[in-house]
Design a protein around this ligand. Structure first.
Ligand code: TAP
Length: 482
């Protein structure tokens, strides 16, 4: 239980001005869509309608791809890397200058706590542009192969969990390498991408280098299917990723897919328990657990399992769940009713299959989409809650006795995106990291991100890397590549 009460500390929403309706951003201008059905984007914490957004049709996507091709051929692919870098630096600086506006808008549209959008999403998005600005004139020294050249027009489709951050992971490396882009944000979180379009105007980015088309799955599919797209970069669910891979099979389109995960956070009996508990909280309750690399399975050594679970439950009792605009809030709203329904369905399956369900019992607001931090114990490997991605504030606890058993259980998933190891033995960290089939392995920490570090998956978590020097590889062709 909290030892003392916090007074409300609401962030002001006066710093953002949300237009009642939005067009598409094509060729450097906001234009009306050609006949799709507009849709509303709501604040998931209050269900208030924030704005009406256009649905881009296949014709609109075609116009965006043409604008991107023209900008690519006439301007962007011919510009020196040093000059491209200047635009990226300018975008990074504007993101910093307008950071508060972006943070508030992200929290309103997504439901994540303001302290996360303010301290994580927006600073990391700016850092991505700063980092890639530095690469723009050094691609020949990045060991990418002979004569690295841009790929062309890139189609990019992103999810709703880190809207601005995922946009920056996509757009910054693409532009640094001389490509132009057509990007679709998720249907439930389009507003920061549309504000980013204003940043492109403010930075005087040549028209057509960045195009933003809003819509749902059909708009994404129109990007995937468009013959003028040279490369696709997708982040989202494994199911949609598989559909995309099938759609482009046999075409010349390249793709990188960043998909789902079911990360194992592994706690050994020599780990500092309080730090490990903080690592568990950060691993699964950050961003309401809407994190592809979340530590959604805890594997804890059997002899300390009771102690870790007891301290975890006590810690969860102190998490503040509620108004995302309050600076004291730890866990915000679930992004949509559809996602809440999925979380409810999977947790009900966990209880029905025989796992023990516990939640923090905290009060929840009366309107909006909410889910209490939840812990399942007595979980076995075959339970759906141990196998399927819940993408919510729910963690499944399993136990192990030996390092070998921990590795076998951690790897027993179709996914392979992330893992965490908590132990004081360096040799064990290195041995485990070598055995784990995961794109990123954190040691005595979790959910740390940096633009210089490549991120991506094994197995059904996708292929290709984003970030770091490795992330540039997907955005260039070299040697004799056409
Ligand atoms: P998805 O349903 O896959 O949606 C992702 C994006 O694809 C959205 O913009 C979506 O549009 C669009 N889309 C849907 N159907 C499409 C189609 N047929 N063709 C092209 N685009 C299509 O995933 P989600 O529910 O938004 O996000 C959650 C999932 O993303 C989780 O599984 C999570 O693990 C994964 N994720 C992975 C990562 C990395 S880095 N590996 C990062 C974040 C999230 P709508 O929004 O309109 O549906």
């Amino acid at each position: 239980m909290p030892t003392f009460e916090y007074a409300p500390a609401p962030e002001s929403r006066a710093v953002v001005d949300i237009a009642s309706s939005h067009g598409l951003f094509i060729g450097g201008e906001f234009v009306e869509a050609t006949g799709g059905k507009p849709f509303k984007t709501v604040n998931p914490a209050t269900e208030e309608v924030l704005s009406e957004v256009s649905e881009a049709t296949a014709d609109d996507v075609d116009a965006a791809v043409r604008a991107a091709r023209s900008a690519y051929t006439r301007v962007w692919s011919r510009m020196s890397g040093a000059d491209r870098g200047k635009y990226l630096y300018r975008i990074a600086r504007i993101l910093q200058e307008r950071a508060r506006e972006f943070a508030v808008l992200e929290t309103l549209d997504n439901g994540k706590p303001i302290k996360e959008s303010r301290d994580v999403d927006v600073p990391l998005a700016a850092a991505h542009f700063f980092y890639h600005a530095g690469w723009a004139d050094k691609l020949s020294y990045a060991a990418l192969g002979d004569d690295p050249r841009p790929v062309g027009v890139v189609g990019q489709v992103i999810p709703w969990n880190f809207p601005l951050l995922m946009l920056s992971w996509k757009i910054a490396p693409a532009l640094a390498c001389g490509n132009t882009v057509v990007l679709k944000p998720a249907e439930t979180t389009p507003l920061t991408a549309l504000l980013f379009a204003e940043v492109c105007q403010q930075a005087e980015l040549p028209p057509g280098v960045v195009n933003i088309v809003t819509g749902a799955g059909a708009t994404g599919q129109a990007i995937v299917d468009h013959p003028g797209i040279d490369k696709l970069a997708f982040t989202g669910s494994t199911n949609v990723g598989k559909m995309i891979a099938r759609s482009i099979a046999g075409t010349r389109k390249k793709a990188t897919l960043e998909l789902g995960g079911k990360g194992a956070n592994i706690i050994f009996d020599d780990a500092p328990v309080d730090q490990a508990v903080e690592g568990i909280v950060n691993g699964i309750f950050f961003n309401q657990g809407h994190v592809c690399c979340a530590g959604s399975r805890i594997l804890v050594q059997e002899n300390v399992a009771d102690e870790v679970v007891r301290r975890l439950k006590r810690r969860l009792g102190t998490l503040r769940v509620g108004d995302p605009m309050d600076k004291n809030t730890d866990v915000g709203a679930i992004n949509s009713r559809a996602q809440l329904t999925r979380i409810e369905e999977l947790t009900a399956a966990g209880a029905a299959e025989g796992a023990d369900r516990w939640d923090s019992g905290c009060e929840l607001p009366g309107t909006g989409f909410w889910f209490r931090p939840t812990v399942f114990t007595e979980v076995s490997q075959s339970h759906r809650i141990a196998q399927e991605e819940i993408f919510g504030p729910v963690v499944s606890v399993l136990t192990f006795r030996t390092p070998g058993e921990a590795v076998a259980k951690a790897n027993n998933t179709p996914y392979g995106l992330s893992a965490g190891i908590w132990t004081e033995k360096g040799s064990r960290i290195l041995w485990m990291a070598d055995q784990l089939r995961a794109g990123v392995v954190w040691a005595n920490t979790f959910n740390k991100f940096d633009p210089t570090s490549p991120f991506g998956g094994y197995k059904e978590s996708g292929y290709g890397r984003e970030g770091g020097r490795h992330g540039l590889e997907a955005y260039v062709k070299t040697g004799g590549d056409q």
